[in-house]
Design a protein around this ligand. Structure first.
Ligand code: ZN
Length: 509
């Protein structure tokens, strides 16, 4: 990166140069974390925790240097910031927001959070394997305590959760998310009930036949490429808990996990992570490290993954195009299976235990469980030791089922072990945004399913790139959605999509 060797003259140029230097450090940190979750031998864990903790502290010191605060104070009142949506205005506004947040956190807290995050994930993986929540308990207790300190240091108007949510979804409020999810739940629960009571069931056995891992890998890459993920600037590897990360402007990493006897797991997680990757690849590379080259929020990020995974990847039109190829790739298992049976099976909807395997209809109920429990933990309405029991009770209440053990219950997600509290609701925001964006794309571009049937995915990808990806953080998430769709966040588009899909599939009235 050349910016570090230029000798910037204006205050704005100094700020930009500093931001690009930070990007070098942050992308290096992100590569270490990618390695931790894909390649690192278990014995290398403790030293990796030291490395990440050291680097995080170093980055924090750089980010919070008093000089940066002086530059930002000078620029915030100047002409370059006058229009907060201009190239320079968006950069200054967002860097100031980030700086103000970072300078509120004590150095010791930042370093301990980074260390416990890495150790926590290792302990969590062991605890999950051993189905032993007690092994994870002390670390989670410490994590919750540190997140409370973080919320207090950041400050909030209403509840501590607001401070943490704002990290992932700038400007979003706990009360608003509660309201939207309550509206969604009111319509979702009867729909799920109607599906259960319909007595209709796809034949799931066809997805549990033999699907050799090598063939799944080839097919998954082909599907990701088809929807527009660029493998010359990206990779796909395996991990325990699929994710997507960016280690440079032309280095976007997807991960998945393969089960030979269950096709949908890797297939749809690959489409999901490729959706994240397509967003990252659509950000302006020349602005890498600047707010105008960064994703705006987790909710918007998730809207991109959900769109490609669900609205495209689980549509009948998509499989009208790709199913013949799937039959050739998995001929032993799919040659005798009609498209309609396959389509019904990949859209099986029913209450289940594992969030990442959940269907479109019940997924948001899994989120509501986590959203409510983590608020209770943070506000000390729930002791961490009582979490497994509270988890089971919520699953009974919302989904009508209960996990037989903690490995498939409270220990199933990596998030809390990584210190990610306030993160879960962004998945539901993503589902809501995805449906709103897809409806708008359909209105502007015309018959999207007809395009998918012909294998044409570029019009949708280009539309997203033009209206959403290229802006980076120029607009806040609510501004962006209003600009693109003319509507604020709402549950209506998602419910319309779910009804349109599941009514005919399950023969509902
Ligand atoms: Zn995602």
């Amino acid at each position: 990166m050349t910016s570090t060797v230029q000798s910037p003259t204006s205050t704005y140029e100094r700020l930009i140069s500093h931001a690009r230097e930070l990007a070098l450090l942050r992308s290096t940190e992100s590569l270490l974390e990618w390695d931790d979750r894909t390649k690192l031998p278990p014995a290398g864990g403790p030293y990796r925790a030291e490395q990440v903790s050291y680097l995080a502290g170093f980055i924090h010191r750089h980010q919070t240097a008093p000089q940066v605060g002086e530059w930002l104070a000078e620029l915030a009142d100047g002409p370059l910031a006058a229009d907060s949506h201009s190239d320079t205005g968006a950069v200054i506004r967002n860097l100031k927001r980030d700086y103000d947040k970072k300078t509120k956190l004590p150095q010791a807290l930042v370093e301990e959070l980074a260390k416990i995050r890495t150790l926590g994930q290792q302990v969590w993986a062991e605890a999950r394997k051993a189905n032993d929540f007690a092994r994870f308990l002390p670390l989670l207790e410490r994590t919750i305590e540190l997140k409370r300190q973080e919320a207090a240091a950041l400050g909030y108007d209403d509840v501590p959760y607001d401070a943490l949510l704002d990290e992932y979804e700038p400007g979003e409020k706990t009360a608003n998310v509660r309201r939207v999810l309550a509206e969604l739940r009111e319509q979702l629960v009867p729909l799920v009930q109607a599906i259960v009571e319909s007595g209709q069931r796809p034949n799931l056995e066809i997805l549990k036949r033999s699907f050799p891992v090598a063939a799944q890998d080839t097919f998954g890459r082909r599907a990701a490429e088809l929807i527009g993920f660029d493998f010359t600037a990206g990779r796909l590897d395996t991990t325990d808990h699929p994710f997507c990360t960016t280690n440079g402007p032309r280095d976007v990493r997807l991960t998945t996990r393969y089960f030979e006897r269950f096709l949908p797991s890797a297939l749809f997680s690959t489409l999901h992570e490729a959706g994240h990757g397509i967003y990252e690849q659509g950000l302006p590379a020349e602005n890498f490290g600047l707010p105008t080259g960064e994703a705006v929020s987790l909710g918007i990020h998730e809207s991109q993954s959900r769109m490609w995974e669900n609205l495209v990847g689980r549509s009948r039109a998509f499989w009208e195009h790709l199913y013949p190829e799937a039959q050739r790739s998995f001929s032993e298992s799919l040659a005798d299976v009609p498209l309609d049976d396959f389509y019904f099976a990949i859209n099986d909807a029913r209450p289940s235990l594992i969030r990442v395997e959940a269907d479109e209809a019940t997924y948001n109920l899994h989120i509501m469980v986590r959203f409510e429990l983590e608020q209770a933990l943070l506000e000390d309405d729930l002791r961490v030791a009582d979490l497994p029991a509270a988890w089971r009770a919520k699953y009974r209440e919302y989904l009508g089922i209960e996990p037989p053990d903690d490995a498939d219950g409270v220990l199933q997600d990596v998030h809390w072990s990584a210190g990610l509290i306030g993160y879960f609701p962004t998945y539901s925001l993503g589902n809501l945004y995805a449906s709103q964006l897809f409806e708008q794309a359909q209105q502007v571009l015309g018959d999207l399913p007809a395009m998918f049937r012909r294998g044409e995915f570029q019009p949708l990808r280009d539309w997203l790139r033009q209206h959403l990806h290229q802006h980076g953080r120029r607009y806040s998430p609510p501004e962006l959605i209003e600009r693109i769709t003319g509507q604020p966040l709402s549950h209506d588009a998602l419910m319309r999509h779910l009804r349109n899909k599941f009514t005919p599939l399950y023969g509902l009235a």
